[in-house]
Design a binder for this molecule. Structure first.
Ligand code: KG4
Ligand code: ZN
Length: 360
């Protein structure tokens, strides 16, 4: 089985071919083009610029992904594209391109939830069995999700305000660090003193399982304003202190979920926590989660960095999982892009999540 995957939900244009030989998945190609340069001058992703950049780049990337994998369009079994959640302009570009390929080749179209792509990645990289616990930390989402099967997700925790990647990006902006903020905060933090600023550890110890990062963001702003103008060392110290607060807050929330998982699934042979999403590329975050898991006797899986951040291999793989499970209902030419599309459609919306559902 060979599936072409397409990803255009945010600021990466990506195409990939993934194969399944028997039970063994193989990434045959994985082409990603980041739009960092297009957005850098604006300090963040500009939706209209992103959509146009996807239009410019996508055809070439699909050609490259097919060529790298030695695949002709006639050889693919299906085309899978991200249909949401994300920036609607970009989603339209990817989904319409996929529909055109499906129409021209007569192959099925699979409309994939971007979050499901992240959620199923450890099965592509590590052959993980269900159930497992997923910590999804990206620019748009911060959730702990119980992954029970393909299409079977239960949200155990989510953020009540900002997503963690968003908190990294806003912190970077306040400190004058360039976009994209997360990696730059991590780099600056390496030279910093994590003990200099006592930032809050949001939600730590609270009975409610969720995350919150807007208070931390405010604390960073107040600290930065109080000592402005900032030297490079001040910036590094704030970044290190911010990262320390984030890792401690994450560890507290994740520890809670691990305990719940152990209690509800005592027979799972190898209880596992998976971390996914762009913030999972952060080495300090990864190391702290790994230590936490070791302490709880839980396996820790972090996909390779290139498969943590947005890519199309995870979309092709989610397509393969759905095809293999015979779950293609609701796909097809009538599928429209969805800017919001919760992975777990059953969990109640959280307070403050707005009329159209949770923001993050
Ligand atoms: O999953 P992703 O590539 O796109 C979304 O679906 O949002 O995540 C992007 C987010 C951005 O907020 C970015 O700043 C953050 O992931 N990020 C990081 C790092 N690399 C990317 N945050 C902290 N440390 C990093 N090294
Ligand atoms: Zn993502």
């Amino acid at each position: 089985m060979r599936v072409l995957g397409i990803e255009t939900s945010c600021d990466e244009t990506a195409a990939s071919v993934v194969a399944l030989d028997g039970d063994r998945p193989r990434i045959l190609s994985n082409a990603v083009l980041s739009q960092i340069e297009e957005h850098a001058a604006f300090g963040g992703v500009v939706p209209e610029i992103a959509a146009r950049a996807h239009v410019d780049a996508l055809d070439g990337l699909i050609e490259a992904a097919l060529a790298d994998s030695g695949t002709r369009l006639a050889d693919i079994d299906a085309v899978a594209a991200t249909a949401g959640p994300g920036l609607v302009g970009g989603l339209i570009v990817g989904l319409m391109t996929a529909k055109a390929i499906a129409a021209a080749t007569g192959k099925p179209l699979l409309a994939v939830n971007h979050l499901e792509g992240h959620a199923l990645t450890p099965r592509l990289t590590d052959g993980l069995d269900f159930p497992y616990l997923l910590l999804l930390v990206s620019g748009g989402h911060t959730q702990i999700v119980l992954v029970r099967g393909v299409g079977d997700y239960q949200r155990w925790a989510t953020t009540i305000d900002d997503a963690l990647g968003e908190a990294f990006d806003k912190t970077a902006k306040m400190l004058g660090l360039p976009y994209p903020g997360g990696p730059n905060v991590e780099t600056a933090a390496r030279q910093g003193d994590a003990g200099r600023f006592a930032f809050p550890r949001p939600m730590k110890g609270e009975a409610r399982p969720d995350f919150s990062f807007s208070g931390l963001k405010t604390a960073v702003r107040q600290a930065a304003t109080a000592i402005a103008p900032l030297s490079n060392q001040d910036v590094a110290d704030i970044c290190a202190s911010f990262q320390a607060a984030v890792t401690e807050a994450l560890a507290d929330r994740v520890a809670r979920a691990l305990a719940r998982f152990r209690a509800e699934y005592p027979d799972t042979a190898r209880p596992t926590l998976v971390v996914a999403g762009g913030v999972a590329a952060n080495r300090v975050v990864r190391a702290s989660l790994e230590t936490l898991c070791t302490g709880h006797g839980v396996d820790f899986v972090a996909p390779p960095l290139a498969l943590c951040t947005d890519n199309a291999a995870m979309i092709a793989w989610a397509g393969i999982e759905r095809l293999r499970a015979g779950m293609t209902e609701g796909d097809g030419m009538e599928m429209a892009p969805r800017s919001r599309w919760p992975l777990d459609s059953v969990s109640a919306p959280i307070v403050g999540s707005g009329r159209r559902g949770a923001k993050a």
